[in-house]
Design a protein around this ligand. Sequence first.
Ligand SMILES: Cc1cc2nc3c(=O)[nH]c(=O)nc-3n(C[C@H](O)[C@H](O)[C@H](O)COP(=O)(O)OP(=O)(O)OC[C@H]3O[C@@H](n4cnc5c(N)ncnc54)[C@H](O)[C@@H]3O)c2cc1C
Length: 461
Amino acid sequence: MARRKEVVIVGAGPAGVFAGLALSDLPGVRVRIVEQGPDIDERLATRGAKKGKLDPGWLLRGWGGAGAFSDGKLTLSPEVGGQLKSYLPPGEVNALLGEVDQMWVQFGAPQEVYGGDEDAMAELARRAARADLDFVGTRIRHMGTDRCPVILREMRGALGENVEVHARERATRIRVSKGRVTGVDTAEGNRYRADYVIVAPGRDGSQWFMEEAGRLGLGRADNPVDVGVRVEVPAEVMADVTAKAYESKLIFYSKSFDDRVRTFCMCPYGEVVKEENEGVVTVNGQSYAGKRTANTNFALLVSTRFTEPFHDPIAYGRYLARLANLISHGVICQRLGDLRLGRRSTSERIARGLVRPTLGCATPGDLSFALPHRHLSSILEALEALDRFAPGVASRHTLLYGIEVKFYSARPHLTEKLETEVTNLFAVGDGAGVTRGLVQASASGLLAGREVRRRVESGPQ
Ligand SMILES: Cc1cc2nc3c(=O)[nH]c(=O)nc-3n(C[C@H](O)[C@H](O)[C@H](O)COP(=O)(O)OP(=O)(O)OC[C@H]3O[C@@H](n4cnc5c(N)ncnc54)[C@H](O)[C@@H]3O)c2cc1C
């Protein structure tokens, strides 16, 4: 009788979950999903109690990964949220994203899609062009932070009996012999034999994976790092835009440095949140399906791609975030008017402002102590352009929170099926530098999972 095939998936974020779904009920195969964080029921039960305080990794670790309590925007355009289009032809990427979208819907994502009105998109694009901005219209389905974990819990429940979830178990070592993957060791003392390994460690595990990739001698490419601020304005300022596009991606090239500045992760009627990753505090945003604040927030990020001899964009982003943490004990919040006047914001000044901060634990301060001149100038110029697009964005009352850092993890060399240079070792999702959003992370997991399935079904390799 043929020996049972063993698959190990490292990480239970959307990428790992979709890889698991692709392999669910595959006869003759055992799939172990090894996840360092808690299972979804435990995450749901402890939600809030541990948020950000007792357990720094609460937001990022456990079943559902960073997706579980994310804003839950399913971005359906291949231009946003990942680089799958650099691995697959456009037709295949579109088909894959469409399939993934339908799977999210099947498990409970809402039917409504924003951004489908072409006339409204064309009008926004014209308005943006007059303001010196490039508008990238994206179709979005919004699940909301409250609905995400429930949907991911449904996916957990749909896994076949051949899939075992090992929560609170951390992969430490990927074993390789003669160019083929042979297993995964964990911090809990288990040595799992594996014919196939899909590594999906997310941003939280990217450092670990890069160290493993270095030890295994895998070649890699560096990605850009995006550094900036989270902008918070009264929701009315963006209301006509967010009603039509929900998420508008607006791109600006700064006059002083010709740097690319873009908006990212628009959260209409949402709140600014603190994110903690390996001791570094940054900001992010989220909005709920069932409750609204009076504000809209979005990230404004400056992209930098370093060249010789520097190869560590992640360290650069973390260094700047640490600097902001050092002077504020966390997140800095500043009114745009104070920043322009070269003075710090204080609690009194913010209280006098017209925008009520939704992140209560931010420290009023001065972002110019933490952000390089290059980034700050580009952000200020971009805000002026955005003000022409949506008057009020660059009001002196606008709040800026810092800093926000987004990086693609370093990217190992991968095939079009996301296989590394080691046979049967696949790397997917944000931790492999391939994606940075729910849909593309899910799609990358599905792609690798299906390839493993195909190989198993087609017999010995
Ligand atoms: C606050 C917030 C809001 C967001 N909002 C959106 C949004 O609206 N739309 C959108 O598209 N994207 C959003 N994102 C990004 C999105 O969540 C990620 O792109 C997506 O979750 C990436 O999926 P992933 O599976 O690659 O990684 P992750 O979701 O990060 O999951 C990786 C998992 O691997 C585990 N892991 C890591 N290392 C190990 C190891 N050694 N052993 C075992 N387990 C390990 C981690 O604990 C984690 O659970 C948001 C993120 C945050 C933090």
